[in-house]
Design a protein around this ligand. Structure first.
Ligand SMILES: NC(=O)c1ccc[n+]([C@@H]2O[C@H](COP(=O)([O-])OP(=O)(O)OC[C@H]3O[C@@H](n4cnc5c(N)ncnc54)[C@H](OP(=O)(O)O)[C@@H]3O)[C@@H](O)[C@H]2O)c1
Length: 326
């Protein structure tokens, strides 16, 4: 038995509902390993869960991804040993902690080329970009894509990787200050969403060419207008709700806008099978090694400052990814 520090949520609400407790952590059960965490990833979904938009049974931990070193191994675990460097992104909530027991089949071993910090900022977001670019639509060279929030965590990765695949990526940001970040990630042009006529601005920038795929995780504020940016028979991917839940879409509207396809996918079902999870992670690690996947670390916080980290994320203060050090 060891003690650990872990973030707990006993009610839904503002960042201030997050508190840190010290508690005993039992030895790993059969099939589990104990990870001493060195870097914890922040993801926008953590905000939805803290607010209760995606409700969790209370009390609960929070956070989906972390990297660290295996400290103890439960019975029946053969492919992971004490001392291994590992990371995870789909082991359920509870990553905001300095130690955690994790089912071994939810862990990936980290190659030497991927640091703990890179893993904790890239695994969840990289796995998201991986299925969006390979499964939701297999992106081809020469295709025009529109990526919303291109300066954000997933947005930067999507943009870099799609550009490496030969696509022409237009991005959007919610403030002109993030334009340079989106351009540095590979966008050929960046549209300011403060312009209410931003779909026209996109079409002017693209020379009238609409997007084969629109990647929209903003939701409420953008989804209907995103339909105007997709080419006939194109795909609109609603994969998040940063501004609030997207409105219901009448199928007839998809017909009117050009026989469009609309999908609302999630990273978890794409990685539920352990072998598929490991194969997808290997794809992300290879893309990191090739330099196709990276993200700026926009802000660094201690676990003790988790409230401040959530405030900063909600205020959209930083581009890129936020990193939490235990
Ligand atoms: N479905 C999936 O599988 C999946 C997996 C991972 C993430 N996601 C989604 O992908 C999105 C990006 O995730 P992330 O962790 O990388 O976050 P992020 O992009 O670093 O942060 C979210 C961004 O959304 C933009 N935004 C627009 N309207 C907003 C509003 N009203 N309030 C707050 N932000 C607003 C902001 O960019 P600007 O300031 O440039 O507008 C903000 O930086 C999130 O919606 C997340 O839920 C989905």
């Amino acid at each position: 038995m060891v003690t650990r520090r872990v973030v707990k949520l006993t009610e839904f609400g503002s960042p201030q509902v997050l508190s840190i407790v010290t508690e005993e952590l039992a030895s790993p059960m059969p099939g589990e390993v104990r990870v001493r965490q060195t870097a914890i990833g922040f993801n926008f979904i953590d905000i939805y869960q803290r607010k209760g938009i995606y409700p969790l049974p209370l009390p609960t931990g929070l956070g989906f991804e972390a990297a660290g070193v295996v400290e103890a191994v439960g019975s029946g675990v053969t492919h992971i040993q004490s001392g291994d460097r590992v990371a995870y992104m789909n082991a359920g909530v509870g990553a905001y902690a300095d130690r955690r027991n994790v089912p071994a089949d939810k862990l990936v071993a980290l190659p030497d080329t991927v640091s703990d910090e890179a893993a904790a900022t890239l695994l969840f977001k990289g796995m998201t970009a991986q299925y969006l670019l390979r499964k939701t639509h297999a992106v081809q060279a020469g295709e025009v894509l529109l990526v919303h929030s291109a300066a954000g965590g997933v947005g930067q990765i999507l943009t870099r990787w799609a550009t490496a695949l030969g696509a022409t990526v237009f991005g959007t940001t919610g403030s002109p200050g993030k334009r340079e970040t989106a351009l540095a990630a590979g966008c050929v042009d960046v549209i300011d969403l403060n312009d209410p006529e931003w779909p026209d601005a996109f079409l002017r920038a693209s020379g009238g060419r609409k997007a084969r795929v629109v990647y929209d995780a903003i939701g409420k504020d953008t989804l209907i207008k995103s339909l105007d940016c997709a080419a006939p028979f194109g795909l609109v991917v609603c994969y998040g709700a940063s501004s609030g839940k997207a409105p219901a879409v009448d199928p007839e509207l998809l017909n009117k806008k050009g026989c469009l396809f609309l999908t609302r996918p999630s990273v978890f079902p794409h990685n539920a099978d352990p072998a598929t999870f490991r194969a997808n992670a290997a794809d992300v690690f290879e893309a990191i090694a090739q330099g196709h996947v990276s993200v700026d670390i926009g802000g660094r916080f201690r676990l003790d400052d988790i409230v401040e980290a959530h405030v900063a994320a909600e205020e959209r203060r930083f581009g890129g990814a936020l990193l939490i050090a235990p």
